[in-house]
Ligand binder design. Structure first.
Ligand code: GTP
Ligand code: MG
Length: 200
């Protein structure tokens, strides 16, 4: 997939600040530090477009990027980098602010075409299963991506991905997309999964 345009358009701290209109959106969710911003940069082939940080909890707002590709079946769209959840050091007051923001966005946004849920390849967490269950409760079936796949040694890869599917109750193992922002593994598969949501 060739990216013709990818630019930051807006940072939203309330859902009122989101753009109106009909441009379809793809949202990227997951725990703090799971690699959301890195994945977005890899997907869009733009280094430093979404801010990557060693300090978890860096992304506090909904950050929107306008994207055009060379694929005629992919409409001009917005990529939305969501704040990470589940980071203990984020103060209660900050969390009280962004939980309703993220949940309100995911539950009510008409333009939202698909949610990509990022989970860490090596560290299955029950909380990610809770997120999948919550998304199911609002009628959303996310595209699930296993990040930092480059950290899996060849011998542990199959077992780690199987364990992840078990913990997250993912029936179809083929549906889980291993991804690495270091090796770019998974970029084409993820674009194909996004395109499938456009068509269905
Ligand atoms: P928040 O915005 O805080 O929620 O984090 P995030 O989910 O956006 O994660 P971010 O992309 O900022 O990455 C967090 C850390 O993980 C950084 O130190 C990245 O360099 C590292 N990282 C991200 N993706 C990968 C990957 O595919 N492989 C490896 N080895 N490290 C990665
Ligand atoms: Mg981020």
């Amino acid at each position: 997939m060739k990216i013709l345009r990818a630019e930051f358009i807006r940072s939203c701290l309330t859902t009122e600040q989101l753009p109106s209109g009909t441009i379809p959106e793809f949202a990227f969710a997951g725990r703090s530090n799971v690699g959301k911003s890195s994945l977005i940069n890899t997907l869009l082939q733009r280094r430093g477009l979404a801010k990557v940080s060693r300090t978890p909890g860096k992304t506090r707002a909904l950050n929107l990027f306008a994207v055009s590709t060379d694929d005629p079946t992919m409409p001009h769209c917005h990529i939305v980098d969501l704040p990470g959840y589940g980071y203990a050091k984020v103060s209660k007051s900050v969390r009280a602010q962004w939980a309703p923001l993220v949940e309100g966005y995911l539950a009510n946004r008409d333009q939202l075409l698909a949610v990509v849920l990022l989970v860490e390849s090596r560290v299955p967490r029950e909380q990610d299963g809770d997120t999948i269950a919550w998304l199911a409760s609002i009628g959303c079936s996310p595209i699930v991506v296993a990040t930092k796949a480059d950290k899996l040694k060849a011998g542990e890869r199959v077992g780690a991905l199987r364990r992840l599917c078990d913990v997250l109750a993912i029936q179809n193992r083929e549906a889980l997309i291993p991804f690495s922002s270091v090796t770019k593994e998974g970029r084409d598969r993820l674009w194909a999964a996004l395109l499938l949501r456009v068509r269905t």
